[in-house]
Write a protein that binds this ligand. Structure first.
Ligand SMILES: C[S@@+](CC[C@H](N)C(=O)[O-])C[C@H]1O[C@@H](n2cnc3c(N)ncnc32)[C@H](O)[C@@H]1O
Length: 332
């Protein structure tokens, strides 16, 4: 998934740095990805560590991580996916509010795909309620639907707006691609909590912190994914049909430093790694100042090509690349 702040392309840099600090063999260690997003970083370490703890504030992220990280035993799914593809189309909440020709007149999906999302989402819920599928399979199917719907969404990149006409990729019929996950010998934990609250209840060895670094709230930019995942009925607001969404303290200049400081202070982990861009709300020197109070500090950097949605003319960034920092703390 094309996600703001995704660490997909930085995963080797993060992995190499963590290995250089914590050693090559992590098999006895608990690794926490506290702002997990699409689960990219947890997925890299899932088979290398004893257990992953994955967490994010948003429900769509919980669904993705509950599948990619939380699922660790194999099951059969081909017949289920086939079954979902053969369902008749259905006019539901997505078609009405976010589909072409719906009452909401919002062009997030073609008419066909909006109805396909409604029919699949309804059937998956029915199977789960009737106990025809397990919780593991339920989240696997929801994650598969989110990933597949994201591929044919009629947007430039995020869900803050939709395009005026249906683009060629969004006109194609949605294909449900299985959201395959890695099989491991041990179980993992997945949460949907504010990271600052969860940190007071957990402990482990390696804490990876990748908070939002600017004012763009994920709950607003990915609201359609939450709506498909939750599938609750609400009164959509405004042109883009926003629900009431979570506001993160990490997206506000006023609250970000104090939240970050609390987080580092409360963390019961030996090693802490913080990903942050040089263009974030907190400067590298502020992050260093906060972290240095709690142990031995170091930092690694790499240059990184800007996220697609940040390149539009409305965002006046001069540089086409940014510097990605990985701040390191050995807590004492
Ligand atoms: C930079 S993204 C993480 C990207 C992730 N590493 C990846 O590769 O997909 C930041 C994430 O922090 C989440 N978030 C924002 N505020 C949060 C909070 N207070 N507690 C937990 N998660 C939060 C957002 O929903 C978003 O998914």
């Amino acid at each position: 998934m094309n996600y703001i702040g995704s660490k997909h392309r930085l995963s080797s840099f993060i992995q190499d740095t963590i290995h250089s600090v914590c050693g090559q063999d992590l098999s006895d260690l608990v690794f926490c990805d506290l702002f997990a997003g699409t689960g990219t970083v947890g997925r890299v370490f899932k088979s290398q560590v004893k257990a992953i703890i994955a967490n994010d504030l948003e429900f769509y992220s919980y669904v993705l991580n509950r599948n990619y990280i939380g699922n660790y035993k194999s099951f059969e799914y081909n017949d289920l996916i086939e079954n979902l593809h053969s369902l008749p189309l259905q006019k539901g909440f997505i078609a009405a509010q976010y589909g072409e020709g719906g009452v909401g007149n919002r062009l997030y999906f073609s008419k066909h795909n909006a109805q396909k999302i409604d029919s699949i989402r309804t059937e998956v819920e029915r199977w789960y309620r009737n106990k025809a599928i397990s919780t593991d399979v339920y989240y696997f199917l929801l994650a598969s639907l989110l990933e597949s719907a994201d591929k044919i969404a009629n947007t430039a990149s995020v869900y803050g707006s939709y395009l005026k006409t249906i683009k060629p990729r969004a006109a194609k019929s949605m294909v449900i691609t299985p959201a395959t996950f890695e099989i491991t010998n041990t179980a993992h934990q997945v949460f949907q909590e504010d990271g600052n609250e969860l940190i007071t209840k957990i402990s482990g060895d390696i804490l990876y912190i990748d908070p939002p670094y600017n004012v763009r709230q994920y709950g607003a930019n990915y609201h359609i994914l939450n709506t498909i995942a939750k599938y609750n009925i609400f009164a959509p607001r405004g042109k883009t049909g926003l629900p009431i969404y979570n506001k993160s303290a990490y997206c506000s200049k006023k609250t970000v430093v104090s939240s970050f400081e609390q987080l580092i202070k409360n963390a019961q982990f030996k090693y802490i790694f913080v990903s942050y861009s040089n263009e974030g709300l907190m400067s590298p020197s502020v992050i260093k100042k906060v972290m240095k109070q709690y142990g031995r500090y170091d930092v690694k950097t790499t240059s990184y090509k800007r996220f697609r949605a940040d390149k539009t003319a409305s965002r006046h960034h001069k540089a086409s690349s940014t510097i990605e920092y990985l701040h390191i703390l050995e807590k004492q």
